[in-house]
Write a protein that binds this ligand. Structure first.
Ligand code: FPP
Length: 247
């Protein structure tokens, strides 16, 4: 199958909505959190595979601004996951030259979660390979509201002229600006069969290829990722223009 993969056309930025942890666990008569724990193992595997393939940015939706509605026990478990993950995995990230980045309102996370995240960012800051970008307490509309507030403030302070605002300006005010020049994912994958965007990267996915797979996130693996990238490579991306052969 690798034969069909074009190593010269790997998407620079892949974003993944890691869905189906709960159903994976349910199917096995396990508590939901067992699915999240297994999902964390998938994160490790996919990070390695994506990095080896030459992906520049891998964005993973780990916790949305809406996920606070879940039972306390599950939220607490999810808040502990980055701590467990980075505790064990930072040396391997360093070995693989992966840099950790975060988008989202991390100041609202429990102190210990923030610390784990900031430590990982700090310890991997010098790596110049793939960026492992976690969306943590992230919501796209909230991100846009914050960006608009900041732009309005800049206008008010005469630091930004209204006429000067263009698409690049908006992109600069979004949290993904830290990923430049790869702010926008070429490929967005959602696992578990749900076909929704769920408030993820709404601005940034304007031209992304959307790929929905039935596999639950804990069952997702490198073979699936390669399969999904091949499917991406077989699509005809036109950006509003015409097919290549009709140009
Ligand atoms: C969606 O599945 C998944 C989440 C809300 C959590 C995602 C978190 C991980 C995969 C682990 C992240 C790891 C780190 C290192 C932060 P769901 O619970 O909505 O599944 P369901 O739709 O089947 O109930």
């Amino acid at each position: 199958m690798m034969d069909n993969l074009d190593p010269n056309r790997i998407p620079h930025h892949i974003a993944i909505i890691m869905d189906g942890n709960g159903r994976w666990a349910q199917k096995r008569h396990l508590p939901r959190v067992a699915g999240h724990k297994q999902g964390m193992e998938t994160v490790k595997k996919i990070t390695k595979v994506a990095s080896d393939l030459g992906v520049k940015v891998l964005t993973l939706y780990a916790f949305s601004t809406e996920n606070w509605k879940r039972p306390d026990q599950e939220v607490n478990f999810l808040m502990d996951l980055p701590i467990k993950f980075f505790d064990k995995f930072v040396p391997e990230l360093i070995e693989n030259n992966v840099r950790v980045n975060v988008i989202g309102y991390i100041e609202q996370l429990p102190e210990k979660t923030q610390k784990a995240v900031l430590d990982a960012i700090d310890k991997t800051a010098d790596n110049d390979g793939m960026v492992l970008n976690f969306a943590l307490n992230y919501g796209s509309r909230a991100e846009m509201v914050t960006a608009m507030q900041k732009m309005a403030t800049a206008v008010q302070n005469n630091e930004l002229a209204v006429e000067a605002i263009n698409e690049e300006t908006v992109a600069e005010y979004l949290m993904t600006n830290s990923l430049a020049p790869y702010q926008d994912p070429e490929l967005l994958i959602r696992t578990s069969g749900e076909e929704r965007i769920s408030n993820f990267l709404l601005w940034q996915i304007a031209y992304s290829e959307l790929l929905f797979t039935d596999v639950y996130w804990p069952d997702y693996n490198g073979v699936e990722l390669v399969r999904n990238i091949i499917a991406f490579q077989n699509r005809d991306r036109r950006f509003g223009g015409l097919k290549k052969e009709n140009k």
